[in-house]
Design a protein around this ligand. Sequence first.
Ligand SMILES: NC(=O)C1=CN([C@@H]2O[C@H](COP(=O)(O)OP(=O)(O)OC[C@H]3O[C@@H](n4cnc5c(N)ncnc54)[C@H](OP(=O)(O)O)[C@@H]3O)[C@@H](O)[C@H]2O)C=CC1
Ligand SMILES: O=C1O[C@H](COP(=O)(O)O)[C@@H](O)[C@H](O)[C@H]1O
Length: 506
Amino acid sequence: MVIFGATGDLTKRLVMPALYNLVRTRVLPENFALIGVGRTDETAEGWRDYLYGELKHFVGNAASESDLDRIDERAWKRLADRMYYVRGDVTKPDLYEELRGVLEHAEAEHQTGGNVIFYLALADRLFGTVVELLGRAELTDQKEDRHGVRRFWRRVVIEKPFGHDLASARELNTHILRTLQEDQIFRIDHFLGKDPVQSIMAFRFANGLFEPIWNRDRIDHVQITVAETVGVEQRGEFYEVTGALRDMVPNHVFSLLSMVAMEPPVGFDAASIRNKKAEVFAAMPAIKPSAAVRGQYGSGTVLGKTVKAYRQEPEIAANSDVETYVAMQIEIDNWRWAGVPFYVRTGKHMSQRKTEIAICFKQAPYAAFLDTPVDTLRPNWLVLDIQPNEGISLQFEVKRRGPVVDLAAVRMDFRYADWFPKERNVGYETLLYDVMTGDLTLFMRADMVEQAWRIVQPIIDDWGAGKADVPVYRSGTDGPKAADELIRRDGPRAWRPVGLPSEEAR
Ligand SMILES: NC(=O)C1=CN([C@@H]2O[C@H](COP(=O)(O)OP(=O)(O)OC[C@H]3O[C@@H](n4cnc5c(N)ncnc54)[C@H](OP(=O)(O)O)[C@@H]3O)[C@@H](O)[C@H]2O)C=CC1
Ligand SMILES: O=C1O[C@H](COP(=O)(O)O)[C@@H](O)[C@H](O)[C@H]1O
């Protein structure tokens, strides 16, 4: 594997810890090598030492507190012994000649068989250039024998954001497809590496119970929430040209939505699953600006800590109108979902970190209980908790104990932690493993990325026109008031509270 961007944040935070975990659990075979590329004047030894120092902070989800600082030295050594560093500028063709030499050395030394993953942990403006230069140096050519059987493969992992809008995403696809075949391209979305997200398909399609009610007959609406407590942190420069909509919606939020909304695939191969997800995107009309709301965090208190307003953060313009919160109503025009609104929202500096998909079922049509008007019955909620709690819960009505009929909403909970031992993983392990095995299921195809941008393009255009001020919401709250009005427009609906622990959220 060649990591372009070896000295960057993503490499230390996610890619290296995931590789280390794959080595530690012996998923990664011995015949591999890792080549880091960066502009920093560094040696292989210096690069290894730096990453070793960072590993303990990011290796994640330790089974117990005492495991947090503990690194399996033998596993680390297996990895470190196979690490190389190449200093160079990815926009300069000579780098790729030097890289070829190191790849040949690694192949001879570690019997890699010629298979190479190029991981583009770089700013998105460099994606097209790097792929083009890899191609010109013939490093993306795959070798087949005279019977057409592949002797070795070359794959490219591309980070997000994949484009800034529909036009740039199309342009980038056209650019990289001049060099690569679609099945060499792994457009990564780390939300799909999260176990509870992958589990959505198992929940829907491995149980006979839910699918018959998973449609417009029984479902009133769906809410998807990706609430964060973090602010823009040190990423001001990136965020000022990105904002919450581009950063989260056409990628992470739509990935969650497609898992919930897709039809059952005919098989569990990549093509079948990606086709079904692509059909969902194709059925989603472009979102009208009137169905979207944005906000920007002001100062406030998040988890007991006083925080600054977005406009006071480093590298942020004092008059910035970039959104840190977005909520919207989405339609899916197909047989299953016609008339069922999907409300999605995501924001920074909200009251609590919580990602959940909540499915609200239609209320019972009539109350058979004396003195219980039908409008006091609560709807059933099925909630898929993605993070930080991982689980699934179902809310329903029961009768309280006692002589009178008095109804109460209760919940049946499944928690991953109660059933399965906690694993030390950072979420990228599955995705990297899938790249190694050539499984494209969890990666976005060119047409899917373009559809996603098509759907949000009218909002990008409208907000980019700077016609209106961005409403400010207080940090530590659940977003701007306009979002509450958005969900109330078509019926007596309300957002589920973010601020309460999910155990209490009703
Ligand atoms: N950080 C994160 O948590 C996440 C990041 N991403 C995506 O991953 C990608 C990388 O992000 P991140 O790691 O945060 O960015 P950083 O700015 O931290 O790192 C950028 C890396 O690119 C290298 N680089 C930049 N220009 C060149 C060049 N011309 N030639 C060679 N190397 C170059 C830098 O090398 P040097 O410093 O040595 O110059 C550095 O290693 C982005 O697309 C981002 O959107 C996606 C999800 C999460
Ligand atoms: O890609 C991104 O995702 C993170 C949220 O990911 P999580 O796994 O920590 O929930 C988000 O903070 C960041 O802005 C965005 O670029």
